[in-house]
Design a protein around this ligand. Structure first.
Ligand code: GLP
Length: 253
């Protein structure tokens, strides 16, 4: 796991966006794992700008991490809608895959989602945000670290946090479909971005705590090619923060 501690959140977003854009330049038919949430909004804005400036994305395929169960693509909470608004409205890709929150056969749909990832050759790069309770995708505390794509129940905390993101919309659906922790770990490369003080405690647990289902993001400690970008507020509780900053200076000097 490689931790990078940029000077401010703008720089973290800049670095994450650059990594994403370089991935697409180096492998124009990349298979990308995409996340949602506030952290990703600015990253997708950078990607849209790169596309306006000539970046070619027509051969990439994308797989979203998750979607709420029981709502359609037009619903205010829908990640189909989020992706349309923040990315696909302007960025054409060969094929985008997002779990279907209205599927009639959850088990079959989840299996088919996993199979589609395999058929595309696996995820080249998985983008991740970090939940305030240490979730990745919608793998809440208690998720098996080997879990695959499935339906999950959301915690009260996650529903509350996600409700405030779309004010005036009412209750957040209680269930969702998500790539499993095991599915995420199968990605060839992972990039997690953590910004702001609400991420300080889950980031500390994920990076410095034990690998445990109580903090699904801690499973990333196993991944051989995982980069974490954290702004100063998110990094403030890291016990080894100064050590990591020294390591960073070694690389920069
Ligand atoms: C949601 C998503 C996660 C995302 C998390 C963090 O719960 N399902 O995939 O990582 O939000 O979002 P934010 O970046 O807004 O803190």
């Amino acid at each position: 796991m490689k931790l990078l501690l940029p000077k401010h959140s703008g720089q973290a977003i800049e670095l994450a966006s650059q990594a994403l854009i370089e991935q697409i330049r180096e492998k124009p038919d990349s298979v990308l794992g995409l996340a949602t949430g506030d952290t990703m909004v600015a990253i997708y804005a950078h990607l849209r700008r790169a596309v306006r400036e000539g970046l070619e994305t027509s051969s990439i395929q994308t797989f979203n991490l998750d979607e709420y169960l029981g709502i359609g693509p037009e619903h205010a909470y829908s990640y189909h809608r989020y992706m349309r608004e923040h990315l696909f409205g302007e960025v054409n890709v060969l094929r985008s895959h997002i779990p279907d929150g209205l599927t009639k056969d959850i088990h079959r749909h989840c299996l088919a989602y996993e199979n589609s990832i395999q058929e595309c050759g696996g995820l080249d790069l998985q983008l991740l945000g970090l939940g305030q309770n240490g979730h990745i995708g919608f793998n809440e505390p208690g998720s098996s670290l080997g879990s695959r794509t499935r339906a999950v129940r959301l915690s009260a905390q996650t529903r509350q946090v996600n409700r405030s993101r779309v004010p005036g919309t009412g209750e957040v659906p209680p269930r969702a479909l998500t790539l499993g922790v095991g599915t995420i770990l199968d990605s060839r490369r992972i990039l997690l971005v953590a910004l702001g003080p609400a991420k300080a405690s889950p980031l500390q647990a994920a990076l410095e705590g034990p690998i445990t289902a109580m903090c699904p993001a801690s499973a990333l400690q196993w991944h051989p090619n995982c980069q974490i970008l954290a702004d100063p507020e998110a990094a403030q509780q890291l016990l080894l923060r100064d050590y990591h900053l020294e390591c960073q200076q070694d690389v920069e000097s």
